[in-house]
Design a protein around this ligand. Structure first.
Ligand code: SOE
Length: 368
């Protein structure tokens, strides 16, 4: 399990056009990895500990020894692989954003529901114990009625205009740029912690319209997706949301942060200190009021008790381990985990509505 989750992410970075697969439920085994380039996929199988490899994902899906398919390919191929896997009776977990469009995401949801297989989307950040604890505090009413969700996801890896083009900057492969890649995570956190979003207005912006091809600095290719996205939102429960995502926010390597303000208190979280939750309660005694810091490593904090004694912190990879734990448990007990393809569809609706709002320069409504 530990190896699986960590390896999954390492693999996403290193072999972007590959999917990997494993056996469930009793003793999950990394059975096979699929990728188009034989040398690379063989190397990946050896490095990451898969028993075998395939150079065509379709072969993998035909195999009887595969129970769960994990899709970590560029967004363009999510739907085709997920639908084929579901039809073959495999449980499916898929990277975010779920699809290239709402229509495609809905087709994926229909396929997994018709096949009766377990489905999940890899929004890992809600699996940080501190985020889960925030959810618990909100559900217990400790913050009262929620007024604000403020979410930013700021990176800076595209600040250099000479940084080469990649699939994430091509609309035909990724659908959106920064918006689908990382604003999607903030949307997931907002939906998880506050509730459904029903209306948005926003702006998608591209700062650098051409980038060189990797290894050929003189050959330029068009960037046809957003470099940054910003939007405001209305939630069903009356809260308002402010979101910002960028790959041009110098100094922010992976700045995923949110703040929630309710009538009785506030919560702040920052990925770069992911074990900590800053919590403010308005009924603290005058003179003692202020944000307190809870290090969410106690047995009382969701998932944390499965690891080390209190104060022994967890890292980024543990968010994936916790997510995969829920997936495996769901396969074993036959109940869908969250977030699943329904969440993927709803997330996609928000992404698409913001893009439409930016295009039309107006508010766009979202149906649940
Ligand atoms: C690149 O922007 C990336 O790896 C995203 O694809 C992930 O979803 C995010 O968690 C970290 O950054």
């Amino acid at each position: 399990m530990v190896g699986y989750s960590f390896m999954g992410k390492a693999h996403t970075q290193a072999y972007r056009d590959v999917s990997y697969y494993f056996d469930t439920p009793a003793t999950p085994v990394l059975k096979a990895i699929a990728g188009r380039n034989e040398d690379k996929v063989k190397d990946a199988a050896e490095k990451l500990g898969f028993e075998s490899y395939e150079t065509d994902w379709r072969k993998l899906i035909e195999r009887d020894d595969i129970d769960v398919v994990d899709i970590v390919t560029p967004n363009l191929s999510h739907a085709e692989i997920a639908i084929a896997a579901a039809k073959a009776g495999k449980h499916v977990i898929c990277e975010k954003p779920l699809a290239m469009s709402v229509n495609e995401a809905q087709a994926m949801l229909k396929a997994v529901e018709e096949a009766g297989v377990i489905h999940m989307i890899s929004h890992n950040y809600r699996f940080a114990p501190a985020v889960q604890y925030a959810k618990q505090l909100i559900a217990e009413g400790k913050l009262g009625k929620i007024h604000h969700f403020r979410g930013v996801y700021l990176q800076d890896w595209l600040l250099d205009p000479k940084a080469p083009i990649a699939w994430r900057m091509k609309k035909e492969m990724s659908g959106y740029g920064t918006h689908g890649d990382i604003a999607a995570h903030s949307i997931d956190l907002a939906r998880f912690l506050v509730g459904e979003i029903n209306e948005v207005a926003g702006l998608l912006k591209t700062f650098v319209h051409e980038r060189p091809l990797e290894g050929s600095p003189d050959k330029m290719e068009t960037v046809d997706v957003d470099d940054a996205s910003a939007f405001i939102a209305q939630f069903d429960n009356g809260a308002m949301g402010v979101f910002e995502a960028s790959r041009f926010a110098g100094g922010n390597r992976n700045g995923n942060r949110f703040e929630i303000n309710g009538e009785k208190g506030s919560i702040k979280w920052d990925l770069e200190n992911l074990n900590n939750l800053h919590v403010y309660f308005d009924d603290d005694a005058p003179g003692q009021q202020g944000f307190r810091l809870i290090n969410c490593t106690e047995a009382e904090h969701p998932y944390a008790g499965a690891y080390w004694p209190s104060g022994h912190i967890l890292g980024y990879e543990h968010t994936f381990i916790n997510l995969i734990h829920d997936l495996i448990e769901s396969v074993a007990n036959g109940k869908n985990p969250t977030p699943n393809f329904k969440d993927g569809v709803q997330n996609q609706k928000v992404l698409e509505a913001v893009a439409e709002a930016s295009e039309k320069k107006s508010w766009v409504s979202i149906e649940s």
